[in-house]
Design a protein around this ligand. Structure first.
Ligand SMILES: NC(=O)c1ccc[n+]([C@@H]2O[C@H](COP(=O)([O-])OP(=O)(O)OC[C@H]3O[C@@H](n4cnc5c(N)ncnc54)[C@H](OP(=O)(O)O)[C@@H]3O)[C@@H](O)[C@H]2O)c1
Length: 199
C-alpha cells in the first residue's frame, strides 16, 4: 500500500513508520520535515501536500496539538487551539483526503486516553479526543467506496514520560512500539468505526 503518515517524526509517528514501512510504501509528512510538509491547521497546506502525493491507499495521522492548562484560567482561545489543530486538523485530513484516497482505503486518526480517564490540566485534550472518537464512529457509517476510518487512543507513551510523568501519576505507560500495532490493525485490518484503546 501507499500510505501517507502525518506526524511521522514524532514519538508515536516514528514507531508507526517503523511498523508500516516493513510492508508498505510510506510517505512521511510533518510540518517541518519528511517527504512532504503538511500543516494540519492549514487546509491549503493539506490540499497542496496531498495533491503532491496523488492517489494513496491509507492516511495515518499521528499528530495534533492542544493547550494543556488550568481549567479555572482557560478561556475560549485556549480551547480553540485544540479545536483548530488536533480536532479540525485531523478532520480536514479526512475531508480533503477523500478526494485522493483509493477505493477501500483507510483513514486512521490519533486521539488519546484523556476523554475516558481525565487528568488535571487536560480538559481541552479530553474534549477534543472525545469529539474525534465520535467523529470516526459517525463518519464510518457514511464512508463511500469501501473507505474505512478508525482512531487510535493510547494511554501515555513510555517515551514521552520524561515530559508527561508529573501529570500522569498512576498511569501505566505503553511503548510507542505497542501503540504502533493499533495503527497497523487499522490500516491493514478490515474494521471500521473503531476506537482502538491502547492501555
Ligand atoms: N505522547 C503521548 O504520550 C501520547 C499519548 C496519547 C496520545 N497522544 C497523541 O498522539 C499524537 C502525537 O503525539 P506525540 O507525542 O507522538 O507527538 P510529538 O512527539 O510531539 O510529535 C508530533 C508530530 O506531529 C508533527 N506536527 C506538529 N504540529 C503539526 C502540524 N500543525 N501539522 C502537521 N504535523 C505537525 C511533528 O512534526 P514537526 O516537528 O515537523 O512539527 C511531529 O512529527 C498527539 O495527538 C498526541 O495528543 C500522545
Amino acid at each position: 500500500m501507499k500510505i501517507v503518515l502525518v506526524g511521522a517524526s514524532g514519538i508515536i509517528g516514528k514507531a508507526v513508520l517503523a511498523e508500516l514501512k516493513q510492508r508498505h510504501d510510506v510517505i512521511t509528512a510533518s510540518r517541518t520535515s519528511g517527504d512532504i510538509q503538511i500543516d494540519i491547521s492549514d487546509t491549503k497546506s493539506i490540499l497542496e501536500g496531498l495533491a503532491s502525493v496523488g492517489a494513496f491507499d491509507a492516511l495515518v495521522s499521528a499528530t495534533g496539538s492542544v493547550h494543556f492548562g488550568d481549567f479555572n484560567e482557560m478561556q475560549e482561545e485556549e480551547y480553540q487551539i485544540g479545536i483548530a489543530n488536533k480536532l479540525m486538523g485531523q478532520v480536514n485530513l479526512v475531508l480533503i483526503g477523500r478526494e485522493f484516497i483509493n477505493p477501500n482505503g483507510s483513514f486512521t486518526l490519533t486521539t488519546g486516553i484523556l476523554n475516558r480517564d481525565p487528568i488535571r490540566y487536560g480538559s481541552s485534550a479530553s474534549m477534543v479526543n472525545g469529539a474525534l472518537d465520535a467523529f470516526v464512529k459517525a463518519a464510518a457509517i457514511e464512508m463511500p467506496k469501501g473507505l474505512r476510518i478508525n482512531s487510535v487512543s493510547p494511554t501515555v507513551i513510555t517515551e514521552a514520560m520524561g515530559k508527561y510523568a508529573p501529570y500522569f501519576r498512576g498511569f501505566a505507560p505503553v511503548s510507542a512500539e505497542l501503540a504502533a500495532l493499533a495503527y497497523s490493525k487499522s490500516v491493514e485490518g478490515h474494521q471500521t468505526g473503531q476506537v482502538y484503546e491502547v492501555n
